[in-house]
Design a protein around this ligand. Structure first.
Ligand code: R1P
Ligand code: URA
Length: 412
C-alpha cells in the first residue's frame, strides 16, 4: 500500500484564489489491485492544474542507534527527512490539509522543479520551498505534545545553524477580549495542563501505596510517622488536584513581536490578541470540557485557570512543548505559537468551519512573513559544518567557482 499525493502547484496566488484551490490525496493499493479496491483517504475535489506529484512508499529501512534512530540515508525515524530537505525556518501546522493549503502561498518553484514534499510513514508531511526568496519548510505536526516533540527534535537534528519555528494552530478562546476567529498569539508564553491520574488512584479505598511509590508529588506515599497504608494514601492525596498546571515557559520576544505586527497587518489589530497560552494533554477533560460518561472532576477548571492567570487567552495542545524545547535548545531555536480561535469557551460558540480556511491563510501569511524576517545566526555547531559549506558553496558558485558540496539542499 502506498500514499499517492498529487496537488496543484501554482504558488503565490491571492488569498481568494488560494481558498478555491483543491487538493487530491488518495490512499491506494498497489496498481496490481483492481481499481475498485482503491480507497480514497482524504479530500477529492477539483484540481485545476497538476504539475507536481509525489508518490511515497511505505519503505522498510534499517535504523541504527536506538538512542536517536536514523536510517542509512540519515532520515529521522518519525518525520523521515534528512539534512538538506528541511529549512531552518519552519511553519508547524496541525494538519496535513493545512500544510498543503499554506504551501500554495510559497514562491513559485522553478519550472520542472516542484516543491519538495515528503510524507513519512507516520503521516508527518514536510513541504520545503521558498517564501519571499527565503527557504522555509511547512510541517504537519498532528496533535498533542508528543507529536510536537517529534517535530522539534527531529527537525533540529537535520538542520544546521539557528532555527525559527512558528506554530499556526487552532484553539479555544478562554476569555474576552479573545473572540471567535481572532488570531491569538502566545506572546506571554505557555503553561501546561496535565490530568493527574494519581488523584483518582488515591481516591480508591483499596489502594495500597506499598504496591508502588505512592505517586505523591510531596513524598513517596509510604505513610507518615504513624505509618499504615491508609495513612500513606491519605498523605499522598492531601492537597492533590485532579489537574496540575506548570509554570509558564516564555516565547521568543523578537519573533512574537514580529508575528503580532504581521498578524495585525493581515487581519487588523482588533482581530489579534496577545497573552498567555495553555497547552492541555487532552482536548476534553484537561480543557475543562464536561460530560457524563467519565468522572472528570473538571467543572471548575476553566474558572480556576482564569483566576490564576488573568492574561490567559488560548487553550490548545502543542505550544507548551514547542516553547519548552526552544527554551532548552541552548539558544538554537526561536519559537512562538499563534492560533485561530475556533471555539469560544465562555459562550460555547464554535466557528463555522467554512470560515477556517480563510483564517488559516491569513494566519499562515503572517506566520511566513514573521518567519522569513526574523534574524537567525547562521553559524552551525562546530562539529557539523555542512550548512556553512553549502552557504560558502552558494557564494562561490555565484562567482563561477566550482565547489564540492556535502549536502544537496532541496531549495537550491
Ligand atoms: C484539537 O482539535 C487540535 O486542534 C488544535 C489543538 O492544539 C489540537 O492539536 O490545534 P491544531 O488545529 O493545530 O491541530
Ligand atoms: N483546539 C483545541 O485544542 N481546543 C479548542 O477548544 C479548539 C481547538
Amino acid at each position: 500500500m502506498h500514499l499517492e499525493h498529487t496537488r496543484a502547484m501554482r504558488p503565490n496566488i491571492s488569498h481568494r484564489e488560494c481558498l478555491g484551490r483543491q487538493i487530491h490525496t488518495y490512499l491506494v493499493t498497489p496498481p496490481s489491485r483492481p481499481a475498485q479496491r482503491r480507497t480514497r483517504l482524504v479530500t477529492r475535489a477539483q484540481v485545476e492544474s497538476t504539475d507536481a506529484a509525489a508518490v511515497i512508499g511505505r519503505h522498510k529501512p534499517i535504523y541504527k542507534n536506538a538512542n536517536f534512530p536514523t536510517d542509512a540515508e540519515g532520515r529521522t525515524y518519525h518525520l523521515g527527512t534528512k539534512e538538506g530537505e528541511v529549512a531552518p525556518r519552519i511553519l508547524s501546522v496541525g494538519s496535513v490539509g493545512r500544510a498543503q493549503l499554506l504551501s500554495t502561498l510559497l514562491d513559485p518553484p522553478a519550472p520542472g522543479r516542484p516543491l519538495f514534499q515528503r510524507m513519512s510513514s507516520r503521516g508527518f508531511l514536510t513541504i520545503t520551498g521558498r517564501y519571499e526568496g527565503e527557504p522555509v519548510s511547512i510541517v504537519s505536526t498532528h496533535m498533542g505534545q508528543p507529536n510536537m516533540d517529534f517535530v522539534v527534535r527531529e527537525n533540529r537534528a537535520v538542520v544546521q545553524g539557528q532555527m525559527a519555528i512558528v506554530r499556526l494552530g487552532t484553539c479555544g478562546a478562554v476569555q474576552r477580549p479573545a473572540k471567535l476567529g481572532d488570531l491569538l498569539i502566545a506572546t506571554h508564553g505557555s503553561i501546561a495542563i496535565r490530568r493527574d491520574p494519581d488523584y483518582w488512584t488515591l481516591l480508591e479505598s483499596s489502594y495500597e501505596p506499598s504496591h508502588g511509590n505512592g505517586g505523591g508529588e510531596n513524598g513517596n506515599g509510604k505513610g507518615s510517622a504513624n505509618g499504615g497504608h491508609a495513612n500513606g494514601a491519605n498523605g499522598a492525596r492531601a492537597g492533590r488536584k485532579p489537574y496540575a498546571t506548570s509554570l509558564p515557559v516564555p516565547a521568543d520576544p523578537q519573533l512574537a513581536a514580529l508575528l503580532a505586527a504581521e498578524a495585525a497587518a493581515v487581519v487588523g489589530p482588533d482581530r489579534v490578541v496577545e497573552g498567555l497560552n495553555a497547552s492541555a494533554d487532552s482536548f476534553y477533560s484537561s480543557q475543562g470540557r464536561t460530560g457524563s460518561d467519565f468522572d472528570d472532576r473538571n467543572e471548575g477548571l476553566l474558572g480556576e485557570l482564569v483566576a490564576a492567570h488573568p492574561d490567559l487567552v488560548s487553550l490548545e495542545m502543542e505550544t507548551f512543548q514547542l516553547l519548552d524545547l526552544a527554551r532548552c535548545s541552548k539558544g538554537s531555536i526561536k519559537a512562538i505559537g499563534m492560533c485561530v480561535a475556533l471555539a469560544e469557551r465562555y459562550s460555547n460558540a464554535f466557528l463555522e468551519y467554512r470560515k477556517l480556511e480563510e483564517l488559516e491563510i491569513s494566519g499562515g501569511t503572517a506566520a511566513l512573513r514573521a518567519l522569513v524576517h526574523v534574524p537567525l545566526e547562521r553559524t552551525p555547531p562546530a562539529a557539523t559544518a555542512s550548512w556553512a559549506a553549502a552557504e560558502a558553496g552558494t557564494a562561490a558558485e555565484a562567482e563561477g567557482v566550482e565547489v564540492e558540496r556535502k549536502v544537496q539542499y532541496v531549495w537550491d
